[in-house]
Ligand binder design. Sequence first.
Ligand SMILES: C[S@@+](CC[C@H](N)C(=O)[O-])C[C@H]1O[C@@H](n2cnc3c(N)ncnc32)[C@H](O)[C@@H]1O
Length: 319
Amino acid sequence: MSGDLYGDPYGTAYLYTKSYQIQNPARPQPRGASASDAYGFTSNASLILSKVLSNTQDFIKLANHQSRFFGEINSLMGTRSTDNTTIDNEEGQAFDSKHINCSQNGIHERLAEIVQKHKTTQFQKPYQSHNLEAFELLREKIRLQTHSSLILDSCCGTAMSTLILAERHPDSLVVGVDQSAARLSKVCDADNQVRTLPDNCLLLRANCEDLWRLCVDHDIHFDSHYILYPNPWPKSVHVKRRWHGHSVMPYLPKIAERTILRSNWLLYLQEFSAAWQQLTGQASEPQQLNITTPLTLFERKYAGSGQALYELSVSLREL
Ligand SMILES: C[S@@+](CC[C@H](N)C(=O)[O-])C[C@H]1O[C@@H](n2cnc3c(N)ncnc32)[C@H](O)[C@@H]1O
């Protein structure tokens, strides 16, 4: 049996086994942060781009589905946001990849206050049904599959890192999660080739906000948790959209023994580290990486354009 990709927000199964065809691309995406939001990609920009592409086969293919449309456009064009941050190209094709541009001089002045508030208040947003379904599939896979350890790859995008981790840890169960069906539909390996999932790999379309909470509430505990190149939200006003400023942050130290983040934006990792320390009492510093074998498409792109890349590794402490 090959590995599976699940996560069905609308009751129509997205079941991926040997191939990775989207079953129903015309369905809208659930509400939630998308990469295009994170990088300030506007609907006006999409209209302009739709005109540019209107006579092409690409547009016909893309017009079915707005979020897929955004994703494809981002792949086709290195569109720039208002922050002068190049929109990320999922396929990691070579083009100018600018450094993150942020007006903050250091850790966000309100971060400690925000983390404190989230630490002392209950995150009460109701679970979305497709995330509950994805969680049930995760539980079932864990129950059925023998594994020596559990690895979570959150915001896995096109799952290159999930596949690499599954290959590196054949006795572990590696779970990749992303909210974007468009990205998951392009599951590819380090050579950018679409390929079959190994048995020890599960891909879920789900929002991490819900999945993380469900894992904690149901005592599903991972050995390692990777969050590689999360959407950075560089505008100061968007601090609460960064994972460490998000109301789900207090759940993160409870998910895994070790949490590993990577980013091309050092400040993001420094802020995450500060929030982690506030929650757990444990300090850790981001380290600069020397990339020889990229783990993700974004990593390959950033490293290829000469950007400094950093990793933060933090551990669980009983709370
Ligand atoms: C910048 S991409 C990085 C993808 C991949 N880790 C890589 O390095 O190539 C960020 C990814 O996070 C996903 N994402 C953002 N917010 C999410 C959420 N709340 N739940 C699940 N996935 C999310 C996006 O769909 C996107 O694929």
